[in-house]
Structures are given as structure tokens and as C-alpha cells.
Design a binder for this molecule. Structure first.
Ligand SMILES: [Mn+2]
Length: 455
């Protein structure tokens, strides 16, 4: 059925390169066998050779790991494909980070796909908005078992060996960066009787976190009759539809900045005519980003904060499962130490100390930023009743926050008249009432942090 080779055979390229052939279309008289199950890897958004943004102050060792991270993750995908002996690999766009793709990235990609081809594993590649086919002098030689989808039409390829066709794979690449057309409309009806896979870089369902290129919808894709849509573009893993068809974003294979948090990797997919599609997400990232809040409300001393922080990092390190970590953390909760924490020396000193401690770990952890979201441990309710200056402040803010829009409108007028003579005035936009309320609340707490005496 599957025709898996024994592991020892995989080391003999001559035998293995004959495993599958990629053909344009199977003449039905030649191919009579039917595969009932296929297993493949679906990855996208490798962004090879990505420049890591906003991390200029890292140590040389960390810088080197970051520069190699997208390459290491891609290598992990190739290793996974070899280890799992998948039937083929699909790459759904944004292989390279920029349209002037570096030669280092091209070599790495070609070499990875060559390793697959040498073990008889074909790969299918569509390009996206970060690596459109325009302006690309393609001078590298690619193995026969690598198929790159063209840009003019949807390209249909089938995988065959002896009398068996295992899958029909359809795809199209971006000719240029901005594609406003819904490219999915160009896909024809797939052939019956074999697993059919469509490969496309696209923004499905108006995802606002990504450019609106090749915009389409789940229902447009569903109509087409494919069994699986292998998408790329959105950097977090999503299964948009589980079955009939299965529509999947694997997410990027390696995070590239602090806002791409959590595990990144690829999908190991099994399509079978006797069961629903099985999509297993496999993390392949080597550096992981996390953004978390650490509650320090139970800490009575700065040393206590440090211990709580260290314990939180132990948990995060455990969850990262041997990967390097880049953390953007915030201290949170109500604390009697608030006044001390607000002192800039304390904050900077604590951040530096914690960063140094984390760097000694193996694998290293880089504290990218430590922010303060703590509040004083005072009780606003009881301060409200206090007959003194602090009580006046709380009552004033409370009447503003709990009052109707009249109070906010008159505050706006007052602020506006103060700002009118400021040179930047014409660049300002009017804040909404909600924005004004949240600013007022923050101002109240920051004032109380500085005025209320903690016991
Ligand atoms: Mn991308």
C-alpha cells in the first residue's frame, strides 16, 4: 500500500530516487492502482534568513542563534519528513523573507529539498507575497522531485509510481508582491478517486493581522471540491475547517519577533478515504517567544519578587521543552512594594539582574523586556471615604469615571483648550470616551502610587 522503504534502503539514493515521479496528468489507462492513504508535511512561511527585528542588544551568541533560527527550523521540518517517511512535502509560500532572497537562503532551501529528493520524497512549492517570482534570477539547479508552481495558471501535478497514482496536487505562485485577485477562483475541479490538495498563499476570511493579498473565504474554498487546502500567509496555526474540505494554515515555522508568540512549526497530515483528515501540528521552532504576566502580589520584598519571577521562568522553560526562549514579561498584581518599584533605578536594576540570571541558563533565556503593570496595595474603596487630600483625589476621579458623558465632555473641552497653543495640536485626534476613561483610571492609580503611604 504505502510502499515504505526500510530505513537501510533510504541511504541508497539510486534506488530511492525512483520512488515517486511527478507527472503533469495521469493517463487513466496507464495508472490503475489507487492509493487510499497519503501522508505529507504541510509547511509555509519559512521566511528563511529573516532579520530579527528589535533585538539589537542581544549577546553575540544569541544573535548567532537568531540568525540561524529560520534555517534550523526548516532543517527540523526536513528531518521530520525523513523520519516520518512522508509521501511528499508541501510548502505554501513565503519561503524567503524578502523578494531579493539571499543566496544563503536559496542554497539552504534547495539543499533541504535535495535531501528529501535523495530519499525519494518529492516536494511542491508555491511562492507568496514575500518571495514573488518576479525579479528573481533563478540560477540554482533543482532536483527533479522538486516542483515549483508557476504563476500564470494553476499548475496540476500528480504523484505516480508504477501503476499507482497517490495524489493530485494543484497550486499557483504569486507573480508579484501585491495580488489583489482571489487566486482560489482559478482552481478547477480536482479529479475524482484520489486525494486532492490545493496549495495557495492567501488571506482567507479577511485576517486583519496580515496583508489582504489573494483575499478569499472559507466558502469559496469549500466549493472547489478539494480534500485539503494547504494555505500559507497567516503566521499562527489555524484549522479553518476540519473536513470536507480540510482548510489549514500551519503558521510560520519559526517566530521572528516578540508578537509571534507560542509554538511554531508545521503540520503532518494524513488523508484517507476511510477516515477524516488527520492534521497533527508539530513544533519545529528553535527559539520561542512568550509574553506573560507574573503576579507578584504575594511578595513582601524585592528578593521575593525575584524568587517568584524565577519560578515563573522555570515553568516557561519547561514548556519550551529545550528551546531557547525570548521573554517579554510584566510584573503584575497589587503590591506594597509599588513605590519602590516605580523608582526607575529599582526597575532598571531588577530587570538587569533578572536578565543576567536567565542568561546563565542552558538553553539561554533572553529577557527582552520587563515592564511594570503592578499597582499599590491600597484599597480604593476605603480611600474614597478618607477626609484628606488622597480622599479628594479618589472622589474626584470616581465622579469622573462613574459620571455620565457630561463630565467627560467638559474634561475634553478643558484639555483641548490647554493643548490648542501647542505646535503638535493639529496632529491630534479626539480620544473616545472609553479611551478617556481608561486614561483617567491609569492617572488615578499612578497618582495614588505616588501619594498613598503603604504600611
Ligand atoms: Mn509570511
Amino acid at each position: 500500500m504505502h510502499g515504505h522503504c526500510l530505513p537501510a534502503f533510504r541511504k541508497i539514493p539510486v534506488i530511492l530516487t525512483c520512488r515517486w515521479v511527478i507527472i503533469a496528468q495521469a493517463p487513466s489507462s496507464t495508472y490503475t492502482g489507487v492509493m487510499t492513504t497519503v501522508r505529507f508535511i504541510h509547511c509555509a512561511d519559512l521566511h528563511l534568513d529573516t532579520p530579527f527585528k528589535g533585538l539589537s542588544h542581544v549577546t553575540p551568541e544569541i544573535g548567532e542563534t537568531l540568525r540561524d533560527a529560520t534555517f534550523s527550523s526548516f532543517k527540523n521540518i526536513v528531518d521530520l519528513a525523513l523520519h516520518e517517511r512522508v509521501d511528499f512535502v508541501v510548502v505554501a509560500g513565503d519561503v524567503y523573507d524578502s523578494s531579493d532572497r539571499s543566496l544563503r537562503a536559496q542554497f539552504a532551501f534547495r539543499d533541504g529539498l535535495s535531501r528529501l529528493a535523495n530519499s525519494g520524497i518529492p516536494s511542491f512549492v508555491a511562492f507568496g507575497n514575500h518571495d514573488p517570482v518576479s525579479g528573481w534570477s533563478n540560477t540554482l539547479e533543482w532536483p527533479e522531485l522538486v516542483h515549483r508552481f508557476e504563476t500564470r495558471n494553476v499548475d496540476v501535478r500528480q504523484l505516480a509510481r508504477e501503476d499507482t497514482v497517490i495524489a493530485s496536487i494543484h497550486g499557483i505562485s504569486f507573480p508579484k508582491e501585491t495580488v489583489e485577485e482571489d487566486l482560489s477562483a482559478r482552481f478547477g475541479t480536482p479529479p475524482h478517486g484520489m486525494p486532492s490538495i490545493a496549495v495557495l498563499h492567501a488571506n482567507v476570511g479577511s485576517n486583519t493581522g496580515h496583508a489582504p493579498y489573494s483575499p478569499t473565504t472559507v466558502s469559496n474554498l469549500t466549493e472547489k471540491g478539494f480534500e485539503y487546502w494547504a494555505l500559507g500567509h497567516v503566521h499562527s496555526h489555524h484549522v479553518l475547517r476540519a473536513n470536507g474540505p480540510c482548510i489549514v494554515y500551519p503558521g510560520c515555522s519559526q517566530s521572528r519577533h516578540p508578537n509571534e508568540t507560542g509554538p511554531k512549526g508545521c503540520c503532518l497530515v494524513t488523508l484517507s478515504d476511510s477516515a477524516n483528515p488527520d492534521v497533527r501540528f508539530v513544533p519545529t521552532d528553535v527559539v520561542r517567544y512568550r509574553q506573560e504576566r507574573v503576579d507578584v502580589s504575594l511578595c513582601a520584598t524585592v528578593d521575593g519578587i525575584q524568587r517568584t519571577f524565577t519560578e515563573a521562568c522555570d515553568t516557561l522553560a519547561k514548556e519550551a521543552d529545550g528551546r531557547y526562549l525570548i521573554l517579554r514579561l510584566a510584573l503584575a498584581g497589587r503590591t506594597p512594594l509599588q513605590r519602590e518599584l516605580l523608582h526607575s533605578d529599582t526597575h532598571a536594576g531588577l530587570e538587569e539582574r533578572l536578565r543576567e540570571d536567565l542568561l546563565t541558563r542552558a538553553p539561554w533565556i533572553w529577557l527582552e523586556r520587563l515592564s511594570l503593570e503592578t499597582r499599590g496595595s491600597y484599597d480604593v474603596q476605603s480611600l474614597h471615604g478618607q477626609q484628606d487630600f488622597t480622599g479628594d483625589i479618589v472622589r474626584e476621579y470616581t465622579s469622573l469615571l462613574e459620571g455620565g458623558t457630561d463630565a467627560l465632555t467638559s474634561l475634553k473641552t478643558e484639555i483641548e483648550s490647554d493643548l490648542r497653543t501647542w505646535p503638535g495640536y493639529r496632529l491630534l485626534t479626539e480620544p473616545s470616551n472609553d479611551e478617556l476613561r481608561s486614561l483617567a483610571e491609569r492617572a488615578m492609580h499612578e497618582t495614588l502610587d505616588l501619594t498613598v503611604d503603604e504600611d
